[in-house]
Design a protein around this ligand. Structure first.
Ligand SMILES: [Zn+2]
Length: 241
């Protein structure tokens, strides 16, 4: 009987009946040797498998880390977006506040502007001595019925007939405390306590009271005190008479 043994890739032939020949013994030894190697191979395989598992586990950890990194990255992104939104809101609020401040300032300027009390007039008696007595006003001759306007924003503190020769008389105290006197009006359009705006028509010019002809008698009393020259005072406010 001829047996064929394959061991370690080496093909050997031997006759079992004739007992182990030197060659067969050699093959047997070789086979044993290979067999003894098998556990090592298995160990290697086991080790390789273990490495693979570890690699896999490591990969898994990496994936985990990456996933974690992704979460962190998303959180960072969300935080950055929140910051950007907050910054955008802050900028918008700042712009709105600036716009409001600008509007408030524009409104203030508009409310505090000074205007001429009358249009289409002729300057007659000025501020100063006249016929031996002081004339603390500027007279502006104008046809009866010419609109007379508030110089700025203020409150009417007198509106009625004057017992002192001013005829139909209007006094207005403005926002800065200055008081204007409008005398000899033909007609009054406001009453005491009324709020007026710059340029608002408060009366119509005339020649009531001690007057020799239709005109507006204008007096300016800073802080309600002594009268000053109206043209100079108005000139300082940018109003030319
Ligand atoms: Zn006068």
């Amino acid at each position: 009987m001829v047996s064929t043994a394959v061991a370690g890739g080496i093909v050997v032939q031997g006759t079992a009946a004739s007992g182990p020949s030197a060659d067969a013994l050699a093959v047997q030894n070789l086979s044993n040797s290979v067999g003894s190697l098998e556990p090592d191979v298995r160990d290697l395989a086991v080790a390789a498998a273990g490495s693979a598992r570890q690699a896999s586990a490591a990969g898994s950890r990496d994936a985990s880390r990456m996933a974690m990194a992704g979460v962190v990255s998303q959180a960072d992104e969300a935080a950055a977006l929140a910051d950007a939104e907050q910054a955008r809101k802050a900028t918008a609020a700042k712009a709105a506040a600036a716009k409001k401040a600008k509007a408030v300032e524009a409104a203030r300027k508009k409310a505090q502007r000074w205007v001429s009390p009358i249009a289409n007039y002729t300057l007659t008696s000025g501020y100063g001595w006249r016929w031996g007595r002081m004339h603390p006003a500027q007279d502006l001759a104008a046809p009866t019925g010419t609109p007379v306007r508030a110089l700025s924003t203020g409150t009417v503190i007198f509106a009625g007939w004057s017992s002192e020769g001013y005829g139909n008389f209007v006094k207005i105290r403005y926002w800065d405390g200055t008081v204007s006197w409008f005398a000899h009006n033909s007609r009054l359009l406001v009453s005491v306590g009324e709020q007026v705006k710059p340029g608002q028509v408060v009366s119509y010019s005339g020649s009531t009271g001690n007057s020799t002809g239709p005109h507006l008698h204008l007096e300016i009393h800073p802080r309600g005190g002594a009268a000053v020259a109206p043209r100079a005072w108005l000139g300082q406010k940018g109003v030319r008479l």
